[in-house]
Design a protein around this ligand. Structure first.
Ligand code: HEM
Length: 222
């Protein structure tokens, strides 16, 4: 049971970061709301009926999907660990330096997506939130294996489709109804200019659990 609770905690933490980036990027939020209006009806109260009638409609929310993926690129809590294997070396492609993964026993090898996602060799302006990276031709230009919030290979996250769906549904049902305003204090510590930064490990959500002020949103007055 505890495994499931923790698994959903990664989705919950990722949703908190989504609300944070949407609050700090109003143009993205506006476009997201427009997509929801186009696909799920002008009245936010209609959205759940539309989704129930045609659940696959969520897969057609391409901008919503791009926003979620970009938020997961910047704020990814999960990672993985692998065991070293005798005779299996890691090789630094820049200088061919070899790093054995097994010497008198296996080394634990930790793979963290966070530094990979923030590496300028993998993404231009890596600290900038830009959902365009996941749209149209930009997708095909993405460096192989540079994007890995759910990890890669035979042990990658089996819950990735479920969590993507949960995030699409939650955004579709909340973002037009509520305005979540982040309220970090002026002297809140920042990492890389970001008060929400937290040590990206396990299901850590934003710093201080994301302090927010929630109000009803009047979409027409955005
Ligand atoms: C945004 C949400 C999530 C993220 C970022 C995430 C990420 C990850 C990552 C990076 C791994 C390690 C994969 C590896 O070792 O190669 C993993 C494993 C796993 N995830 Fe997720 N996950 C999320 C949500 C979920 C959900 C909702 C479930 C199930 C309901 C789930 C179930 C699992 C399981 C069972 C494993 C272990 C797989 C194995 O060891 O073979 N995850 N996840």
């Amino acid at each position: 049971m505890s495994v499931n609770v923790n698994r959903h905690a990664t989705t919950a933490a990722s949703l908190c970061y989504l609300y944070y980036v949407l609050d700090t990027h109003p143009a993205v939020l506006k476009r997201l709301i427009e997509e929801h209006e186009d696909f799920l009806g002008a009245d936010p109260a209609e959205a759940s009926t539309r989704i129930l009638a045609e659940p696959t409609i969520l897969k057609r929310l391409t901008y919503t999907t791009a926003v979620i993926k970009e938020s997961l690129r910047l704020f990814v809590g999960a990672g993985t660990i692998r065991s070293g294997i005798k005779g299996y070396d890691l090789i630094d492609p820049r200088n061919n330096q070899r790093y054995p993964t097994y010497v008198n026993g296996p080394f634990p090898i930790m793979v963290r997506a966070f530094p990979i996602h923030r590496n300028p060799e993998n993404f231009d302006n890596p600290d900038v939130f830009d959902p365009e990276r996941f749209l149209g031709d930009n997708l095909s230009k993405m460096k192989k294996d540079a994007y890995r919030p759910f990890e890669k290979g035979s042990r990658d996250c089996p819950g990735q489709e479920l969590s993507m769906m949960e995030m699409r549904i939650t955004l579709a049902l909340t973002i037009r109804k509520f305005n979540l305003k982040t309220v970090y204090s002026e002297d809140a510590p920042e990492v890389m200019g970001d008060p929400a930064y937290n040590v990206m490990f396990s299901s850590a959500g934003p710093a201080q659990g994301l302090p927010v002020k929630v109000t009803f949103r009047n979409v027409t007055n955005m």
